[in-house]
Ligand binder design. Structure first.
Ligand SMILES: *Cc1c(COP(=O)(O)O)cnc(C)c1O
Length: 225
């Protein structure tokens, strides 16, 4: 199946859900990205800063670049001029640096707080207490060049669907709670509207459980080498 065939299958599956597709283009060639763009997709996800910049420079400027992987503080400045949404904010230090670089570029950069929901030890992310305290601390209110627009999470790497369902459910529940308790809204810097969860192996489940952004790579392009 071609890239555009795969895309139409996935878009059709997501048609009746609230989830929007982000094509995860890490390791894929410029030609593959061009084919994706020609199929009408404008949301591209990358996890390495250097790779995102190289692709940004070569491709149409209406593409919306999503930083989905762990982001080092010293790399923020390279993507700050153009990045559309940073999914992987996992510390206040990183958020402060995004704010600084956004201000230098005269922009407001949208961010998601990455939450730790998996069983694995290796994944980055915040817990519920850390999310609650971050958006309610005094220093947060000073960050006028960022906007928190939601949460991101990655489920455990497992075949056990019940486990994944449990993790997505808990993230969704917390997201709904932030919304109904209006956490951080008084700052004017927070809007709980995006829930980034679901990848190639679990995007259908994620869409069913309240995801608004699914990040899909190998189901579009085949296995990464
Ligand atoms: C690579 C990656 C994806 C996409 O993975 P696939 O299994 O290829 O769909 C999604 N989210 C993050 C954070 C990634 O690094």
């Amino acid at each position: 199946m071609s890239i555009s065939d795969n895309l139409s299958v996935i878009l059709n599956q997501l048609k009746n859900s609230s989830a929007k597709l982000i094509a995860v283009t890490k390791t894929r060639s410029i030609e593959e990205l061009q084919e994706t763009y020609q199929a009408g997709i404008v949301d591209f996800g990358e996890n390495r800063v250097q790779e995102m910049i190289e692709k940004y420079e070569q491709l149409p400027k209406d593409i919306r670049w999503h930083q989905i992987g762990h982001l080092q503080t010293n790399k923020v400045k390279y993507i700050a001029p153009f990045v559309f949404l940073i999914h992987s904010v996992d510390s206040f230090k990183l958020l402060k640096e995004i704010n600084t670089q956004a201000a230098k570029n005269n922009r407001i950069i949208d961010c998601l707080l990455q939450m730790y929901i998996a069983q694995e030890e290796t994944k980055f992310g915040l817990d519920q207490e850390e999310v609650l305290s971050m958006v309610q601390m005094d220093a947060f209110k000073e960050l006028k060049n960022i906007r928190i627009v939601g949460l991101m999470g990655m489920a455990s790497f497992t075949e056990n669907e019940e486990q994944i369902r449990k993790e997505f459910n808990s993230l969704h529940l917390f997201f709904e709670q932030l919304k109904s308790d209006q956490i951080g809204l008084a700052t004017g810097l927070v809007e709980w509207k995006e829930l980034s969860m679901g990848m190639s192996s679990d995007y259908l489940l994620a869409a069913e459980l309240g995801s608004t952004l699914v990040r899909v790579g190998s189901a579009i392009y085949g296995a990464r080498h």
